[in-house]
Design a protein around this ligand. Structure first.
Ligand code: NAD
Length: 330
């Protein structure tokens, strides 16, 4: 229809990917979505959707044919419960996906390639206190990520950098800090803290038992960014000419206990927190958004309260629809 670039979104069956497809379609792009699974919570908005396992080279060749831009979101990932228990699987699967996707994009003449990295690449020793200094992009080195997930992301960041230097494909690299929102995984073991707590609080509200379990003492800190800001930021980064890694997140740091209270507030109930043993990740983490503001002249603006209210409402509906019959229990 227009001279808009033709776009591939990998991981288009997942949380951020399905929102990004919708965003790009609304801007008039022709979009191919690729994933190993269909979107879980509704039909895709993509012009074309292919079910492909991107660990396989020939599937990456097929996926990247005839497109100008790639947004590379496919990954074997989840919250701390998943990431801290599947190191080998994550390193193996995500390495294959990223090596093959980028090389196939190069071979097929893709002009721009945006890679989705993570705050998990930052060294563990900078994140040992709850009241940590926000992480700047340059803090990534000397490298010491906590988990295999972060190590793989860091290597793939470097792969993008070298492909740009050696082959001229224009790469972009974004480091997300805890993205949350509707249509994200909320049950089954891969869900992240905002979704897991929303599920627990929805169950508490619906059953009348207001005790919820929290992993660790709940004083561990993070920042959380709503999905609408995330896709806006990804899009703006692709339009920019900035090729180095850049943070994308909110810089409002709160504890997991505070997060639970905010969600309970959105649910209109009070909860009692039972602190139990469980994987917590690093002790504290926040995003330094100086570069984001400088480069994109923009930063996330949806408040945590607003984002959590929308997300909670959606998850409460999912919990009701499931008849409280969930695999991850409480
Ligand atoms: P998600 O799990 O919802 O989406 C990832 C998608 O990749 C899934 O739909 C999955 O089926 C697909 N996938 C996995 N293996 C595949 C394969 N072999 N072939 C094809 N597709 C495959 O996760 P998300 O939250 O939407 O994350 C998107 C990207 O952003 C990922 O690269 C993730 O590591 C990164 N990220 C996300 C966050 C966050 O807070 N959500 C934080 C940091 C980084």
């Amino acid at each position: 229809m227009s001279e808009q670039p033709r776009v591939l979104v990998t991981g288009a069956g997942g949380f951020i990917g399905s929102h990004l497809v919708k965003y790009l379609r609304a801007r008039g792009y022709w979009v191919r979505g690729v994933d190993i699974k269909l979107p879980e919570f509704g039909p895709t908005d993509a012009d074309e959707f292919e079910l492909l396992d991107l660990r396989r080279w020939e599937n990456c060749q097929q996926a990247t044919k005839g497109v100008d831009q790639v947004y590379a979101l496919a990954a074997d990932m989840g919250g701390m419960g998943f990431i801290s228990n599947h190191h080998a699987q994550i390193l193996y699967n995500n390495s294959l996906i990223n090596l093959h996707s980028l090389e196939a994009a190069r071979e097929n003449g893709v002009k721009q390639y945006l890679y989705t990295s993570s705050a998990c690449i930052y060294p563990e020793h900078l994140q040992e206190e709850t009241d940590v200094a926000p992480l700047k992009e340059a803090d990534a080195y000397p490298a010491y990520p906590q988990d295999a997930y972060g190590w793989e992301k860091l290597i793939s960041e470097r792969l993008c950098m070298h492909y740009m230097q050696d082959y001229g494909i224009e790469t972009r690299t974004v480091r997300f800090h805890n993205i949350f929102g509707e249509n994200g995984t909320w049950d089954g073991g891969r869900e992240k803290a905002p979704a897991a707590l929303s599920r627990k609080i929805a169950i508490a509200k619906l059953t009348g038992n207001h005790e919820i379990e929290i992993w660790g003492d709940g004083e561990q800190t993070r920042s959380f960014c709503y999905i609408d800001d995330c896709v806006e930021g990804i899009y703006r980064l692709m339009q920019s000419d900035f090729a180095e890694p850049i943070n994308l997140g909110q810089d409002r740091m709160i504890s997991i206990n505070e997060l639970a209270d905010m969600i309970a507030n959105a649910a209109g109930i009070e909860v009692t927190k039972k602190h139990i043993e469980g994987p917590q990740g690093v002790r504290g983490r926040n995003s330094d958004n100086s570069k984001l503001r400088e480069i994109l002249d923009w930063e996330p603006s949806v408040s945590l309260e607003e984002g959590l209210t929308k997300t909670y409402a959606w998850i409460e509906e999912q919990v009701k629809g499931s008849g409280l019959n969930m695999s991850a229990g409480r």
